[in-house]
Design a protein around this ligand. Structure first.
Ligand SMILES: NC(=O)c1ccc[n+]([C@@H]2O[C@H](COP(=O)([O-])OP(=O)(O)OC[C@H]3O[C@@H](n4cnc5c(N)ncnc54)[C@H](OP(=O)(O)O)[C@@H]3O)[C@@H](O)[C@H]2O)c1
Length: 255
């Protein structure tokens, strides 16, 4: 039996990765700061408990991230994990499409994490995915009761289901390390205006949206769709399907 350590296994994506790996018969360890949320308690930022969680693991999926301070803690997290990854057959890191094109601070820190991994001697695969349905859903849920919702309606997204990304992660971790894997995106590219309209039709809000004028390189990049990968529209679950069945649970915007 293969032992796989999943960091972030208690998160929006990670929980589906854990389910998929267990379904394939793997022995799965989940590292979490909370005793009730995983099999191993630890903190990647301080390094506490990471050695115990990684000891003897054959494979590692690194899906943890801390959005606070725009993901600055992710650098220490990745360094601490790499230090305990000697001898693993493969470490898979979950990253984000377009982080090398969009000068958003969180993305710069994700890119620096990718660099730490590619410069290490740990066999690895980096999988970049587009924004999750849950993330866009959390933004729209946050404004759906406002009388007027100012939104950057012309930003483009290619939202993807966490279940679809998790299935790709499970497929990749069972194969050979490939360095940079092909990007993974949802089935369609839509503007935030289109996404908000589908949300309103289903949930009755946001009732009135107005275009929030945003300037700067980050806004230009999202407007141009630099965060999308239309040539890799591999996810199958559409935004309409997600919205039709949107969970009541609020996805915490924590990165
Ligand atoms: N959200 C998106 O749209 C999107 C798109 C593409 C790629 N990604 C990437 O996909 C990955 C997963 O994102 P997500 O949205 O599923 O994340 P999430 O739901 O916010 O979960 C974050 C996870 O990181 C863990 N974590 C954070 N700090 C930790 C620490 N110091 N020690 C141990 N664990 C820690 C949390 O575990 P505990 O709280 O249980 O300790 C939690 O399981 C991230 O790398 C993210 O950058 C996200």
């Amino acid at each position: 039996m293969t032992t796989v350590l999943v960091t972030g296994g208690s998160g929006a994506l990670g929980q589906h990765i854990v389910t998929g790996l267990r379904g394939n018969g793997h022995d799965v360890r989940v590292l979490s700061r909370r005793a009730s949320a995983g099999t191993h308690v630890g903190d990647l930022t301080t390094g506490e408990g990471v050695r115990e969680a990684a000891a003897g693991a054959d494979l590692i999926v690194h899906a943890a991230s801390d959005f606070r301070r725009f993901g600055k803690p992710d650098l220490a997290q990745t360094r601490n994990l790499l230090a305990e990854s000697k001898g693993v057959r493969q470490l898979l890191y979950v990253s984000i499409v377009g982080i090398d094109r969009i000068p958003f601070r969180y993305y710069r820190n994700k890119l620096a994490c990718e660099d730490l991994i590619t410069e290490s001697d740990v066999p690895h695969t980096i999988l970049r995915a587009t924004q999750f349905h849950d993330l866009i859903g959390a933004v729209l849920r946050g404004v759906e009761r406002l009388p007027v919702s100012p939104l950057p309606l012309d930003f483009r997204f290619q939202p993807v289901a966490t279940e679809d990304v998790a299935a790709r992660v499970v497929e990749l971790i069972d194969g050979e390390p490939v360095g940079h894997a092909a990007d993974f995106g949802g089935p369609e590219v839509l503007t935030l205006g289109q996404l908000a309209e589908a949300w309103r039709e289903r949930r009755g809000g946001p009732r009135r949206v107005v275009r929030l004028p945003m300037t700067g390189k980050v806004a230009c990049a999202f407007r141009a769709g630099d965060n999308t990968c239309p040539n890799h529209a591999d996810g199958t679950r559409t935004w309409a399907q997600y919205v039709a069945d949107v969970p009541d649970r609020v996805y915490r915007l924590r990165g």
